[in-house]
Design a protein around this ligand. Structure first.
Ligand SMILES: [Zn+2]
Length: 364
């Protein structure tokens, strides 16, 4: 198959468009013929590498992908009909989770083992043997990928592969953070720090869908106009309001907001100042860098909580994809590149030149 891979970490020129063996689906897996992959900033971080990151080279980037099922290696069905239990196998019983060859699917990149205490409790994004497609295992910048059947969401036949791929990682991440960790309520106020990225755009839409009031602080008018187009109520231009926590404070009659979504990290102090007493700061990322300093007095004096999470659970993924395929949530799409131009696509993303999600076209 054709793929874009790298043999060592580095800049965009380590990416090679080349042939690589098509992966064989293992028991319980489907081979997906990919039509679209979507980019995430994580792709570039993995390509660059970080201390402690150990990959089996060559590595293939890509957490997000959508395509059609080309083959299924059926899962022998356990005695209880729910999960594979090797000790209860009966010959001839097979499980395909209702999926068939030719079905259109989108992949959930959050791989739980299905067996550990967290997976059994339905918290598979806390799995003790957790994998993220494209980070710890080879991903979707390829014509084919093999993934466990439980990671697949069946798409309506006429649903666009690029929109599906663009939605999977960012919407589940935003959903789990806002709905499950943040318990965001209708009529609460939420401030989203950053107007550009995919998770933030998804967060604006999900918060509006829940009935919350949404403020967004962004670095330029163009990105703020995108936030407005997906429903943001209050726009704060960081280039004009350097201390935006004060602007939020004044805009809320000196009360502060109920929830802040801060995936920048280095802005935590301003986020803590923007919160009301008892407010929650939600974080799923650190686009501004990993090390931050906070003034602990804000934490206890204002009764604040910082709630972190990554990705989501299988039910969260299905819930949010149901809203995507019915058009209640809609990803903002930027530009599509052919698979062979993945390096140029990553450069556009890394330089923040995009306005929505960038996707790769992988044959049709
Ligand atoms: Zn697990």
């Amino acid at each position: 198959m054709k793929t874009v891979l790298f043999h060592q970490h580095g800049g965009p020129d380590v990416l090679q468009y080349t042939e690589f063996p098509t992966p064989d689906p293992r028991p319980g897996e489907a081979l997906i013929r990919l039509h679209a992959a979507a980019l995430n900033r994580m792709d570039v971080m993995v390509r660059n590498g970080w201390p402690g990151l150990k990959l089996e080279m060559p590595h293939v980037n890509g957490a997000d992908g959508a395509g059609e099922i080309a083959a299924i290696n059926s899962l022998p069905l356990g005695g209880d009909g729910s999960e594979v239990r090797v000790d209860t196998l009966e010959a001839g019983e097979l499980e395909t989770r209702g999926l068939e060859i030719g079905d259109h699917v989108v992949i959930n990149a959050n791989f739980g083992c299905g067996k550990c205490e967290f997976c059994v409790a339905g918290k598979d994004n806390m799995c003790r043997n957790w994998h993220l497609l494209g980070e710890t295992i080879r991903g979707t910048y390829a014509e084919y990928v093999s993934v466990p059947l439980r990671q697949l969401y069946k798409l309506p036949h006429d649903f666009d592969y690029h929109q599906a791929a663009a939605s999977a990682l960012v919407y589940q991440t935003a959903w789990h953070s806002l709905v499950k960790r943040g318990n965001l309520q209708k009529e609460e106020t939420v401030l989203i720090v950053g107007a550009g990225g995919g998770v933030n755009t998804a967060s604006v839409q999900i918060a509006k869908w829940l009935g919350a009031q949404v403020a967004v602080v962004g670095s330029d008018a163009k990105k703020l106009s995108m936030a407005e187009s997906v429903g943001a109520d209050l726009l704060i231009d960081r280039s004009k309001e350097e201390d935006w926590s004060k602007a939020v404070y004044l805009a809320t009659n000196k009360r502060g907001v109920d929830v802040v979504v801060d995936n920048v990290g280095t802005t935590f102090m301003m986020s803590l100042r923007a919160l009301r007493k008892g407010g929650r700061l939600l974080t799923v990322g650190n686009s501004g860098g990993p090390k931050i300093e906070i003034d602990n007095r804000y934490m206890f004096a204002k009764h604040l909580s910082i709630l972190g999470s990554t990705m989501s659970t299988l039910p969260d993924f299905r819930a949010v994809m149901d809203l995507i395929v019915t058009g209640k949530l809609k990803p903002v799409m930027d530009k599509t590149y052919p698979l062979k131009d993945a390096a140029a696509a990553q450069e556009r993303l890394w330089r923040n030149e995009n306005f929505g999600k960038i996707t790769l076209d992988i044959g049709s």
